[in-house]
Design a protein around this ligand. Sequence first.
Ligand code: SF4
Ligand code: SF4
Length: 112
Amino acid sequence: MFEIIRRIWKTGVVTQQPLVLAAPPRYRGKLIIDQADCSGCGRCESICPTGAIRLQPAPGGHKTGGQKIVVSYGKCVFCGLCSEVCSGGAISQSQDYRMATRQKNELLQYGG
Ligand code: SF4
Ligand code: SF4
Protein backbone atom coordinates (compact mmCIF):
# COMPACT_ATOMS: atom_id res chain seq x y z
CA MET A 1 0.00 0.00 0.00
CA PHE A 2 2.76 2.38 0.93
CA GLU A 3 4.51 1.53 -2.35
CA ILE A 4 1.38 2.48 -4.36
CA ILE A 5 1.03 5.79 -2.55
CA ARG A 6 4.71 6.49 -3.07
CA ARG A 7 4.36 5.81 -6.83
CA ILE A 8 1.27 8.04 -7.14
CA TRP A 9 3.10 10.79 -5.31
CA LYS A 10 6.16 10.42 -7.48
CA THR A 11 4.64 9.95 -10.96
CA GLY A 12 0.99 11.00 -10.77
CA VAL A 13 0.19 7.85 -12.82
CA VAL A 14 -1.09 4.62 -11.33
CA THR A 15 -2.49 2.58 -14.23
CA GLN A 16 0.34 1.37 -16.41
CA GLN A 17 -1.45 -0.80 -18.94
CA PRO A 18 -4.98 -0.88 -20.37
CA LEU A 19 -7.50 -2.58 -18.11
CA VAL A 20 -8.96 -4.42 -21.11
CA LEU A 21 -6.35 -5.55 -23.60
CA ALA A 22 -8.72 -6.45 -26.46
CA ALA A 23 -12.37 -5.56 -26.92
CA PRO A 24 -14.84 -8.36 -27.72
CA PRO A 25 -15.26 -9.04 -31.48
CA ARG A 26 -18.70 -7.40 -31.70
CA TYR A 27 -17.74 -4.36 -29.66
CA ARG A 28 -18.87 -1.08 -31.22
CA GLY A 29 -16.20 1.51 -30.67
CA LYS A 30 -14.70 4.56 -32.28
CA LEU A 31 -15.92 5.37 -35.77
CA ILE A 32 -13.80 5.07 -38.88
CA ILE A 33 -14.74 7.74 -41.40
CA ASP A 34 -13.54 7.53 -44.95
CA GLN A 35 -14.33 10.95 -46.31
CA ALA A 36 -13.44 9.90 -49.86
CA ASP A 37 -16.45 7.52 -49.92
CA CYS A 38 -18.89 10.10 -48.56
CA SER A 39 -21.46 11.49 -50.99
CA GLY A 40 -22.70 14.15 -48.58
CA CYS A 41 -26.25 12.71 -48.53
CA GLY A 42 -26.70 13.65 -44.85
CA ARG A 43 -28.46 10.42 -43.81
CA CYS A 44 -26.03 9.80 -40.95
CA GLU A 45 -26.64 13.29 -39.62
CA SER A 46 -30.43 12.83 -39.82
CA ILE A 47 -30.57 9.45 -38.09
CA CYS A 48 -28.11 10.15 -35.26
CA PRO A 49 -30.22 10.15 -32.06
CA THR A 50 -27.89 12.46 -30.15
CA GLY A 51 -26.77 14.92 -32.80
CA ALA A 52 -23.21 13.66 -32.50
CA ILE A 53 -22.50 13.54 -36.22
CA ARG A 54 -22.82 16.41 -38.63
CA LEU A 55 -21.70 17.66 -41.98
CA GLN A 56 -19.77 20.86 -41.71
CA PRO A 57 -18.50 23.15 -44.45
CA ALA A 58 -14.86 22.51 -45.20
CA PRO A 59 -12.48 23.75 -47.86
CA GLY A 60 -11.55 21.31 -50.57
CA GLY A 61 -13.42 20.06 -53.61
CA HIS A 62 -14.33 16.46 -52.90
CA LYS A 63 -17.60 14.88 -53.94
CA THR A 64 -19.47 16.00 -50.82
CA GLY A 65 -19.49 19.49 -52.24
CA GLY A 66 -17.06 20.94 -49.73
CA GLN A 67 -18.48 19.33 -46.59
CA LYS A 68 -16.77 17.19 -44.04
CA ILE A 69 -18.09 14.69 -41.48
CA VAL A 70 -17.46 15.62 -37.86
CA VAL A 71 -18.24 13.35 -34.90
CA SER A 72 -18.34 14.48 -31.29
CA TYR A 73 -17.52 11.71 -28.82
CA GLY A 74 -18.95 13.88 -26.11
CA LYS A 75 -22.38 13.03 -27.57
CA CYS A 76 -21.95 9.72 -29.44
CA VAL A 77 -23.57 6.68 -27.81
CA PHE A 78 -22.00 4.21 -30.30
CA CYS A 79 -25.37 2.93 -31.49
CA GLY A 80 -24.02 2.30 -35.01
CA LEU A 81 -27.03 3.77 -36.82
CA CYS A 82 -24.83 6.11 -38.87
CA SER A 83 -22.79 3.24 -40.27
CA GLU A 84 -25.97 1.24 -40.99
CA VAL A 85 -27.55 3.97 -43.12
CA CYS A 86 -24.41 4.95 -44.97
CA SER A 87 -24.86 3.27 -48.33
CA GLY A 88 -21.43 4.37 -49.53
CA GLY A 89 -19.62 2.58 -46.73
CA ALA A 90 -17.97 5.79 -45.57
CA ILE A 91 -18.59 5.02 -41.89
CA SER A 92 -17.73 1.88 -39.96
CA GLN A 93 -17.01 1.10 -36.34
CA SER A 94 -13.72 -0.05 -34.93
CA GLN A 95 -13.12 -1.89 -31.66
CA ASP A 96 -11.16 1.04 -30.30
CA TYR A 97 -12.52 2.02 -26.88
CA ARG A 98 -9.66 4.24 -25.75
CA MET A 99 -11.00 7.74 -26.20
CA ALA A 100 -10.47 9.30 -22.80
CA THR A 101 -8.88 12.71 -22.97
CA ARG A 102 -8.37 15.81 -20.85
CA GLN A 103 -8.93 18.14 -23.79
CA LYS A 104 -12.53 18.71 -24.89
CA ASN A 105 -11.55 19.51 -28.48
CA GLU A 106 -9.90 16.09 -28.77
CA LEU A 107 -13.38 14.54 -28.55
CA LEU A 108 -14.00 15.70 -32.11
CA GLN A 109 -13.12 13.43 -35.02
CA TYR A 110 -12.99 14.78 -38.55
CA GLY A 111 -13.49 12.61 -41.61
CA GLY A 112 -10.17 11.73 -43.15
S1 SF4 B 1 -21.03 9.45 -44.27
FE1 SF4 B 1 -22.44 8.21 -45.48
S2 SF4 B 1 -24.52 8.67 -44.72
FE2 SF4 B 1 -23.12 10.29 -43.98
S3 SF4 B 1 -23.29 11.93 -45.51
FE3 SF4 B 1 -21.55 10.65 -46.11
S4 SF4 B 1 -22.41 9.13 -47.55
FE4 SF4 B 1 -24.15 10.06 -46.44
S1 SF4 C 1 -22.80 5.81 -33.53
FE1 SF4 C 1 -24.91 6.54 -33.12
S2 SF4 C 1 -24.64 8.24 -31.68
FE2 SF4 C 1 -22.63 7.85 -32.60
S3 SF4 C 1 -22.50 9.27 -34.34
FE3 SF4 C 1 -23.30 7.32 -35.12
S4 SF4 C 1 -25.54 7.52 -35.04
FE4 SF4 C 1 -24.68 9.13 -33.73
